[in-house]
Design a protein around this ligand. Structure first.
Ligand code: FAD
Length: 352
């Protein structure tokens, strides 16, 4: 779909983020209420429906009984896209909608999905016989069951049922919003991560090698956006999608600051312990406020933050898979992931 594979030469950001034409920071000039960030994902889908470029959009809406549970849905009216805004933690069979969409006669589709959904979609694309397919991807670091996510919320908030929004921001804080309009920002270091069970994130997520959704036409995330959204436009169709927003979107060049190396090393040491069954190393309590204050100031930012997170995922893949399912290494770890982890002393062993 991009006409080529990623460039892997030294200094190319494609090694981290997959093939792209351009990467920009962006935001809707009029942010959409209820969206996870400014709502670029929703607006792209609305524009596709408004302009008649597609017959239907496949995406997720919240379960009416549980706002954190994603439910796959086929949207045919632009005005219905507003019900899908926001991020929900959980798995749901998005691609099971391909059959009902075909039965309904929809030949021009858009799909919004996380990397594992888009990977499967691309594998099926040829046999779907569609006239047109637009793929809007979001990055995904990790996902878990909605039940697990509720346990996490109950560790995070006194009244977890009132949490209406949660995001792991690129400034090393989790932002939570509540039904009464209040808001809380918690530094990563103060998160109750050591209280979560070792299998909180399943092995499939801990060994995922496509954080940035490299098979999408456009990836809409936030990780390199320094507080704004972060767009990876990957091919012609991605450019076509972004152009649908016209003057509604403001784009800016991405920035990059700091050095990721020692942060990735620190992460690697902790994953080595976790993969070996040892508890996550926790920092002495008196240090936490100091480091929590320092991180947003000294930690990598913008593109360098995004590179750090991709390298951390690559480190996790190698260490967790090597520990849990070593026989899968040779089929599940692509070459570029080895290139990413090489500088941290992780290299292919015999049979890998
Ligand atoms: C589990 C998960 C982990 C993520 N991790 C990261 C990350 O580490 N870094 C990063 O930059 N971005 C991540 N994202 C994406 C991010 O949360 C925003 O969705 C994205 O930045 C788009 O913002 P927006 O305002 O344009 O979205 P909106 O306009 O609010 O639209 C969000 C879209 O995402 C869909 N969606 C919501 N939940 C799910 C789900 N569980 N599965 C599939 N689709 C869903 C909605 O149906 C909606 O169409 C993650 C998303 C998910 C679902």
């Amino acid at each position: 779909m991009h006409g080529r594979s990623r460039r892997t030469d030294e200094g190319s950001d494609e090694l981290f983020f997959g093939p792209f034409r351009r990467i920009v920071k962006a935001r809707l000039k009029q942010p959409l209420a209820g969206a996870q960030w400014s709502g670029i994902t929703t607006r792209l889908a609305e524009r596709l429906l408004e302009t008649g470029a597609v017959d239907a959009v496949l995406t997720m809406k919240p379960d009416p009984e549980d706002r954190w549970r994603p439910v796959p849905t086929i949207v045919t009216q632009a005005s219905d896209m507003k019900d899908c805004r926001g991020m929900r933690m959980g798995y749901a069979p998005l691609l099971a909608l391909l059959e009902p969409a075909a039965v309904a006669g929809h030949k021009r589709l858009a799909v919004i999905g996380i990397p594992c959904q888009i990977y499967a979609l691309r594998a099926l694309e040829e046999e779907l016989g569609l006239d047109r397919l637009y793929v809007i991807g979001t990055p995904c670091s990790d996902n878990t069951t909605t039940e697990n996510f509720h346990s996490f919320l109950s560790l995070m908030a006194e009244r977890p049922e009132t949490v209406s929004y949660l995001e792991f921001r690129a400034d090393y804080h989790v932002e939570m919003r509540f039904d009464d309009g209040s808001q809380q920002e918690i530094p990563f270091l103060k998160l109750p991560l050591s209280k979560l069970p070792g299998d909180f994130f399943p092995l499939t997520c801990r060994t995922c090698v496509d954080y940035t959704n490299s098979l999408a036409d456009i990836t809409v995330g936030y990780m390199g956006g320094e507080g704004e959204q972060w767009l990876i436009v990957r091919n012609d169709r991605g450019e076509e999608l972004l152009s649908l927003l016209g003057e509604e979107v403001q784009t800016n060049p991405v920035g990059s600051r700091g050095q990721r190396h020692k942060h990735v090393i620190g992460f690697l040491r902790n994953v080595e312990r976790a993969a070996g069954g040892l508890p996550l190393r926790s920092m002495p309590d008196f240090m936490r406020p100091i480091v929590a204050w320092l991180m947003p100031r000294i930690g990598p930012k913008g593109q360098e933050f995004a590179r750090a997170r991709v390298e951390m995922k690559a480190v996790e893949t190698v260490l967790h898979l090597r520990h849990a399912m070593p026989n899968k290494m040779k089929n599940m770890v692509p070459d570029h992931v080895w290139t990413l982890v090489e500088k941290y002393g992780l290299t292919r062993r015999n049979g890998e």
